[in-house]
Design a protein around this ligand. Structure first.
Ligand code: ADP
Ligand code: MG
Length: 276
């Protein structure tokens, strides 16, 4: 486990986390406003795997994604978050993302005056500088070529790159911007926490088509949702169910189908049967 002892500057210089990098959550306990919310979460997401995290409202799903990305309001009181063999708990959110962890935000902010292309070029350059502090940034023609390649891959209209980020975007367009960002930054692992409401069918389709396209390029994805619906589009190999701050059940795609049919009650009963 020597790699975990890396000092951050060295780590950042060598940020190229090895292929097959995994995100490992080990016995994670998280408090929000001094209240324990996560109570020992264990989960491993490897590159090239699609995992769905489901569970009733308030079970702690978003708390997990916020803790993974290092949101300051979420206090990790025990456990570890390991990415590519490196403990990332002491890293700032932007350091985590430069290492190759991508988080699609539930409520993306609008940045009037900043185009999608400019935003993405800045984000890409930040990631390149993390790898090599001397990096002068991607030359504009090369960036333009990259954008076109990615937009074509995602079957997006090229005009999208010139739009102001999230300014007047529909739900679907916000998701499109996120998926394009994922395509350009090429994270190893992406976490997509879907809002419990407001994800219309168009947005759902954009997200799932994007994930399915990028998945073939060895992206690992954790899709967080309480909707069975999204799983009609994204096909996870692994499904986990969170209740009351713990993952209480893991299985294959059939687990999501079972949930749709039977709800969460059987799990609650099972939990109670376990003496909880
Ligand atoms: P889920 O995403 O599964 O619906 P959350 O992680 O959002 O669940 O919430 C789990 C619990 O943590 C809830 O009781 C919620 O009120 C609380 N919680 C989460 N985030 C915050 C926050 N920023 N401030 C206060 N309470 C929070
Ligand atoms: Mg949530």
């Amino acid at each position: 486990m020597g790699s975990r002892d890396w000092e951050l500057p060295q780590l950042v210089r060598r940020y190229r986390i090895p292929m097959g990098a995994a995100l490992e959550i080990r016995n994670l306990h998280v408090n929000v406003e001094d209240q324990p919310i996560l109570k020992g979460v264990n989960l491993i997401v490897r590159q090239g795997e699609v995992h769905a995290l489901m569970g009733p409202n308030g079970s702690g799903k978003s708390t997990l994604s916020n803790a993974i990305m290092g949101h300051p309001a979420y206090e990790v009181t025990a456990g570890q978050i390991i990415f590519g063999g490196v403990d990332i708990l002491d890293m700032e959110p932007d350091e985590r993302s430069r290492l190759g962890l991508f988080m699609a935000f539930q409520y993306p902010i609008a940045i009037p005056g900043v185009t999608v292309a400019n935003f993405l070029r800045n984000a890409l350059n930040a990631r390149r500088r993390a790898a090599n502090p001397e990096d002068k940034g991607i030359p504009i023609p090369a960036f333009r070529k990259l954008m076109i390649e990615k937009m074509d891959m995602l079957r997006m209209d090229h005009e999208f790159a010139g739009r102001y980020l999230n300014d007047g975007f529909s739900g679907g367009e916000k998701k499109r911007a996120e998926v394009l960002q994922m395509a350009v930054l090429e994270p190893q692992i992406a976490i997509m926490d879907e809002t419990d409401s407001g994800l219309d069918i168009d947005a759902l389709r954009v997200v799932s088509e994007g994930v399915n396209t990028l998945y073939s390029s060895n992206l690992g994805v954790l899709v967080i949702t309480h909707y069975q619906r999204i799983l009609n589009y994204i096909k996870p190999q692994f499904v986990h169910i969170m209740m009351d701050g713990q993952i209480v059940e893991s299985g294959g795609p059939d687990l999501a189908l079972h949930l749709e049919e039977h709800g969460y009650d059987w799990l609650r009963e099972k939990q109670n049967g376990n003496g909880k």
